[in-house]
Ligand binder design. Structure first.
Ligand code: SF4
Ligand code: SF4
Length: 261
């Protein structure tokens, strides 16, 4: 499969720590990426220049949500229009030197790392995530959470009676409706289980599903349990189960209507 990091319409910076902060909204991450891009544009294209800029940037950034996960200040905007997130220390961005040793890992680690989604996602699933999200924020949340993406596509298929295919994104109404469904990932409480796709693999490498404790809430299992479980629709994650269930139902109905329209 083609790397998931830079796709036709979307880009991802999740493993460089983009979402590892309490306020990981699109507006907030944009401000962060703007500041880094502006600062690094003024830095000398040398290890000394980038190390100094990285230290200065890191000192002024908010505390990480998960202190054990690294946040690299060299992640910024690759393009002039600021639509594509990526590594500003990569030779393709610096125009020559490889300055990735100045970040929170070393260049060899950055060069070789591919997140687990690369082994779990199929080509069509990756294309659906890219085409539906088409950005540098929602896409990274979705493409790193294989169970969520699969649950969303399966729920749409279950309601509409048709498997979701890449060609369906050619219909603007369906593309918008699917994006809105996937955008649940942008609306979860900080620290939610479902936020970062923190799924655990079983011994065969497949993800172990989470579980919503319906009994503790005195209610039955939701018809949308798979999707709700993926987004951490559980009071322990700070999310309101009933509210999220209503949102899921509305957004799925919209997808099914658009697919059949
Ligand atoms: S989290 Fe995965 S898709 Fe995103 S930039 Fe890292 S390796 Fe690429
Ligand atoms: S130096 Fe490595 S960790 Fe930092 S932004 Fe580049 S790829 Fe990500």
């Amino acid at each position: 499969m083609r790397p998931l990091c830079q796709r036709d319409a979307s880009s991802c910076g999740a493993c460089c720590g983009l979402y590892n902060r309490a306020d990981h909204s699109a507006a907030s991450t944009r401000r962060l990426l703007d500041a880094r891009t502006d600062a690094l544009a003024l830095a000398a294209r040398s290890a000394t220049g980038f190390r100094a800029a990285a230290a200065s940037l890191a000192g002024g950034e908010p505390e990480p949500l998960f202190p054990s996960v690294r946040i690299c200040p060299l992640l910024g905007w690759l393009d002039g229009a600021r639509t594509r997130v990526g590594c500003l220390a990569h030779p393709a961005a610096t125009g020559g030197p490889d300055l990735r040793d100045c970040g929170v890992y070393d260049a060899a680690t950055c060069e070789s790392f591919l997140c687990p989604s690369h082994s779990w996602l199929g080509d069509e699933e990756a294309e659906l995530a890219d085409g539906a999200c088409a950005d540098a924020h929602l896409y990274g949340l979705v493409v790193t959470d294989v169970p969520f993406l699969r649950a969303a596509l399966a729920a749409v298929a279950g309601l509409s009676g048709a498997r979701v295919e890449r060609r369906h994104l050619d219909h603007p109404a369906f593309r918008r409706a699917l994006r809105r469904l996937l955008a649940l990932k942008e609306e979860l409480a900080p620290g939610s289980e479902g936020l970062f796709g923190a799924f655990r693999p079983d011994p065969s490498g497949e993800p172990v599903p989470r579980r919503i404790d319906y009994e503790a809430m005195g209610r039955g299992v939701s018809a949308f349990d798979a999707l709700l479980t993926c987004v951490g629709a559980d009071p322990r994650s700070g999310n309101d189960l009933d509210r999220l269930e209503g949102e899921v139902r509305r957004r799925l109905d919209a997808c099914a209507r658009a697919l059949s329209g």
